[in-house]
Design a protein around this ligand. Structure first.
Ligand SMILES: Cc1ncc(COP(=O)(O)O)c(C=O)c1O
Length: 429
């Protein structure tokens, strides 16, 4: 398709939502207090952020970041390979490796570029990258830049993964990289890391690569992530993480027990070598966040209590909610249009939460992605539940409403079908 046609197609969809006043994206936030933000002069409760521990507004983290800017300046001045390597980068790598239970780690400037650079370096053309069908775009792009064979397995389906591994390993010299997220970014589903890691018992040669962007700081002992949560850290070969979620900054890292591979990635990852270093202010914010997480488990405990409370609250409203300890709780809506409208009405009620539509979620599976932070106050959470209760009834998204509507649609369809066939029979006679 020509560029002008692609532009016209994309902008016509945007224009419709803008015209309807329900366009939800790129909203300019004028001020942020963490769990609340100001948009268009209105203060909103934020339930769409990945700042799960609320550390980005923690004075200790902000002060550490400001101090580092004073010491090193605002920009790194180059790639780490050349002129941008700072002592705090090395300190952070050591601290992160120890935190996730691995020997070595290497930083990248974002989480996206970590997946892009690390997968792009680790995979050879004879390998198969086998990843969960709901994997993040950065995983897919990381695999795409290699010549490795790409294969997917059904979402969180260990048997499906096992079958694909078995068939690929029949090829001589073939390697398999099993890639998954710890907590999936849109659905909030938790990967069964224990069962995925157990695939190594039957296939010891495979490597497991865990993108724990949303699991770090949240799951596991002291927030040590999804592998720790399931007690399988030693079986997971590569743990990738981001600082843009619980660690109050931006940046990412890859950790492994194989120091040689980490050095290889450090020297070969294109997004490491050909991209500037993580700025000092961001690096120091992660170091300060790590110190708080290690010192104060109460913050994670508070988040866990909030997650349990909100999941129970959603259930009492009648929304479809799974048994989970994930801070991401999707509200299932269905059509894109309804999700846009729902998000807009939430804003009008003083709540910020955005829709996820295809391709971020399967077609027809639009949802409102809500996510909770350990700094949400009881009053904010009460207000969220009050508004959701009212809106769930109005938009008929409670489990019972949806079942009733589906049954009615089916009955209406059947009636129309009977009428149609009766008409056809008559015309035939
Ligand atoms: C699962 C997952 N991996 C990687 C990334 C990329 O991380 P970053 O935003 O830090 O670049 C994200 C970000 O949304 C993510 O959800």
């Amino acid at each position: 398709m020509k560029l002008s046609d692609r532009v016209a197609k994309a902008t016509s969809i945007l224009a419709v939502t803008k015209q309807m006043g329900v366009y939800p994206y790129f909203r300019p936030i004028a001020k942020s207090w963490g769990s609340e933000v100001e948009i268009g002069g209105k203060r909103l409760i934020m339930i769409g952020s990945n700042d799960y521990l609320g550390l980005s507004h923690e004075p200790e983290v902000m002060e550490a970041s400001a101090k580092a800017v004073t010491a090193w300046g605002t920009g790194p001045g180059g790639s780490r390979f050349l002129s941008g390597n700072m002592t705090i980068h090395l300190e952070l790598e050591e601290r992160l490796a120890a935190f996730v239970g691995k020997k070595k780690a290497v930083l990248h400037v974002t989480g996206f570029s970590t997946n892009l650079g690390a997968l792009g370096t680790l995979l050879a053309s004879t390998d198969m990258a086998l990843f969960d069908r709901e994997s993040h775009a950065s995983i897919i792009e990381g695999v795409r830049v290699t010549k490795a064979r790409m294969a997917t397995f059904a979402h969180n389906d260990v048997a499906s993964a096992g079958r694909k591994i078995a068939s690929h390993l029949k090829t001589e010299g073939a390697g398999v990289f099993l890639v998954t997220e710890g907590i999936f970014s849109m659905s909030g589903d938790i990967a069964p890391m224990d069962k995925l890691a157990a695939l190594k018992d039957a296939h010891p040669g495979i490597s497991i690569y865990l993108d724990d962007a949303h699991g770090l700081g949240v799951l596991g002992q002291g927030g040590r992530g999804s592998a720790n949560h399931f007690g399988v850290t030693s079986k997971v070969d590569y743990i990738m993480g981001t600082f843009s979620k619980a660690f109050a900054s931006i940046g990412g890292f890859l950790a492994s027990d194989d120091g040689d591979v980490i050095e290889y990635v450090r020297h070969q990852s294109r997004t490491q070598i050909f991209s500037a270093a993580l700025p000092a202010g961001n690096t120091a914010a992660v170091l300060a966040s790590l110190s708080i997480v290690e010192r104060d488990p109460g913050r994670i405990e508070r988040l866990r209590k909030i997650i349990a409370r909100m999941r129970q609250g959603y259930r009492e409203i009648g929304l479809a909610v799974t048994e989970s300890v994930s801070p991401i709780i999707p509200i299932h809506i269905g059509s894109d249009e309804k999700a846009f409208l729902f998000s807009q009405e939430l804003m009008e009620e003083g709540i910020f939460a955005l829709p996820a539509i295809y391709p971020a979620v399967p077609r027809g599976g639009a949802l409102i992605r809500t996510a909770f932070m350990s700094t949400h106050t009881p009053a904010q959470l009460d207000r969220v539940l009050e508004v959701l209760d009212k809106m769930a009834r109005k938009h008929r998204i409670r489990v019972a409403d949806m079942a009733e509507d589906q049954a009615r649609a089916k009955a209406d369809g059947e009636e129309a079908y009977q009428a149609q066939t009766a008409k056809q029979r008559q015309s035939f006679l």
